[in-house]
Each structure stands twice: as structure tokens, then as C-alpha cells.
Design a binder for this molecule. Structure first.
Ligand SMILES: Nc1nc2c(ncn2[C@@H]2O[C@H](COP(=O)(O)OP(=O)(O)OP(=O)(O)O)[C@@H](O)[C@H]2O)c(=O)[nH]1
Ligand SMILES: [Mg+2]
Length: 288
């Protein structure tokens, strides 16, 4: 059985860093993992490990820009479309990896997650090749500093999730920036009032969005207020998104995140998928 984890999320969320740490963890646990790079703009220094498959061997943003005269954004879209038209290239490249765990580092263009057919088509192809696939979606902890930014992150995660019908885990990355200095967060220096507030972000409390009016100029605008109310209602009615915290400075945190990924993909379970219920019971018995 082959497994693939799509590492997705907005620009700079820490996808490449997480992919590297994930691979280190797999290798130290004697598992066969490989890195796949699907970011045509990635610089070679972004990776801790050399990717075994690299979209840049098929098409690189630099070439598209210099040879076809595209700008960076149009160039990226061109690259994704080029990959979609050349899926047999990817299929051939993937052919050599049996019984392996592939970590697929994706680009950070938000359009890819909201409306471009790139990821859904990619997932269809991976599924057709018999690769069990799940996705992780990272947003960085700094998003929690600004409630509007945070909820736009929640909505982008939601939109990406509903576009891809595969097991899905949302991750709040760079938690070291929040937890390393509890005094700072307690004093509000980084915008987080207290640790207990973090829980309201990890399991998003839509009421964070409708704090006291008048603090930000915009909330005085009744239409803005009404829009926020509608978003609160949407998240209350469809609580689809919650985040697992990831602090790469703490090995336990990485291990917890990876165990969720394994579980979601039923890693190592080639027989009938286990019901979560069974596992819960097992866990419980172990504790007793
Ligand atoms: N403090 C801290 N910084 C991090 C962490 N992960 C990544 N960074 C930093 O965040 C920046 C972006 O990290 P990347 O891993 O390149 O992020 P990315 O999502 O791959 O970025 P794009 O591919 O450009 O979308 C880099 O400067 C990293 O050093 C983390 O866990 N903690
Ligand atoms: Mg990257």
C-alpha cells in the first residue's frame, strides 16, 4: 500500500519546514518516506531533503517566466495546468514507490485551494493509482493575532476541505512562537491575551469575531457587522474546522500530529478500515 500526505496551506505557513520534520520523523521511526515537491517556484534551499520527485524537472516557474514571458502568478497557473496535462509524467515518477509514504509539499497559492481544479484532479489521479491520500492544511499561529485574518484562514481551510473529498487535518503551525513565551502572551504582547484563549482558536469560537464593537473602525460599519454575524452563523452551523497545534520545538507535538495523520489514513491497516469507536475503546482499555 502506498500513502501520500498532501501538505497544503497558504504562503509561508510552514509547509516545507513541516514536510522536512515529518520526513525526519518517519526515517527515525524506520519508515520509508520520501519528499515530493509540487511547488514550481520552490528554491532548492527550501528543502531539508532532496525531493525524489520534483515538478521542476517537468516545468519550472523560472523557465515559464523567461521563455514564455509570464509574470509570477500567471506563470504558476501555467505550471499547474502543465502538470495536469502531463499527469502521466507524475504517474511514471510515482511508479517506483511501492509500500512507501510520500510527503507532497504543495505550493502556497491560495487560489489552488479555493477554486482551481489542480488539487481535486491531482487527488483523483492519486486515488486512481491506488495511493491512499490525506491532506493537512496549515495556517500559522500568527493568524491568531488578528481575528479577521484568523477567520479568513478558517474560511480558506473550509473551502479547501469541501473541494477535496479526502481525509483532512487542519494544523496550527509555528506554535513555538506562541508557547515559548507565555509571559509575552499573558501580557498581550503578541496579541494573545492568555493561553486559554488559544483553545478558542484551535476549536474556533465564532464569537471571537463579534467582540466589542468600535475597537476597529470598520466594525462601525453596519454592513461589515452584518457580514461578520453571517460568518459567525455559518461557522456555528457548520463547525467543520478545528486545528491541531504543531510546535516543532517539541517532539511530542510532532508525534501527536503524525499519529493523527496515520490514524486518518488508517496507516498499516490493509484490512477493513477500523471504526474510530473500536480504537477509542482500545485506548480506553489501555489506560485502565
Ligand atoms: N518559529 C517558527 N518558524 C517557522 C516554523 N516553520 C516554518 N517557519 C518559518 O516560516 C517561514 C516559511 O516557512 P516554509 O516552511 O518555507 O513555509 P511554506 O509554507 O513552505 O512557504 P511557501 O512554500 O512559500 O508557501 C520560514 O522562514 C521558516 O523558517 C515553525 O514551526 N516555527
Ligand atoms: Mg514551501
Amino acid at each position: 500500500m502506498r500513502y501520500a500526505v498532501l501538505v497544503t496551506g497558504p504562503a509561508g505557513a510552514g509547509k516545507s519546514t513541516f514536510s522536512g520534520s515529518f520526513l525526519t520523523h518517519l526515517r527515525t521511526s524506520k519508515r520509508t518516506g520520501h519528499l515530493v515537491n509540487l511547488d514550481p517556484a520552490a528554491s532548492p534551499t527550501s528543502f531539508e531533503y532532496e525531493p525524489v520527485i520534483d515538478i521542476k524537472d517537468l516545468v519550472s516557474l523560472e523557465d515559464v517566466m523567461t521563455e514564455l514571458g509570464y509574470g509570477p502568478n500567471g506563470g504558476l497557473v501555467y505550471c499547474f495546468e502543465y502538470l495536469l496535462e502531463n499527469m502521466d509524467w507524475l504517474e511514471e515518477e510515482l511508479g517506483g514507490y511501492d509500500d512507501d509514504y510520500l510527503i507532497i509539499d504543495c505550493p502556497g497559492q491560495i487560489e489552488l485551494y479555493t477554486h482551481h481544479p489542480f488539487l481535486p484532479t491531482l487527488v483523483q489521479n492519486l486515488t486512481r493509482m491506488g495511493i491512499r491520500t490525506c491532506a493537512v492544511y496549515l495556517i500559522e499561529s500568527q493568524f491568531m493575532e488578528d481575528r479577521y485574518k484568523f477567520f479568513s484562514g478558517v474560511l480558506s481551510a473550509m473551502s479547501a476541505m469541501v473541494n477535496l473529498e479526502i481525509p483532512w487535518i487542519n494544523i496550527m503551525s509555528k506554535m513555538d512562537l506562541v508557547t515559548a513565551n507565555p509571559e509575552d502572551s499573558a501580557s498581550g504582547r503578541n496579541g494573545l491575551r492568555a493561553r486559554k484563549d488559544i483553545a478558542r482558536f484551535l476549536d474556533p469560537d465564532p464569537l471571537l469575531l463579534v467582540g466589542p464593537r468600535g475597537q476597529e473602525g470598520n466594525t462601525e460599519n453596519p454592513r461589515f457587522h452584518a457580514l461578520n454575524q453571517a460568518i459567525v452563523q455559518l461557522i456555528e452551523d457548520h463547525p467543520l474546522v478545528s486545528f491541531l497545534p504543531l510546535d516543532l520545538s517539541n517532539p511530542d507535538s510532532l508525534e501527536t500530529v503524525i499519529s493523527h495523520i496515520d490514524y486518518t489514513m488508517q496507516y498499516g491497516e490493509d484490512e477493513e478500515p477500523k471504526e474510530p469507536h473500536d480504537l477509542d475503546e482500545g485506548d480506553f482499555q489501555e489506560l485502565e
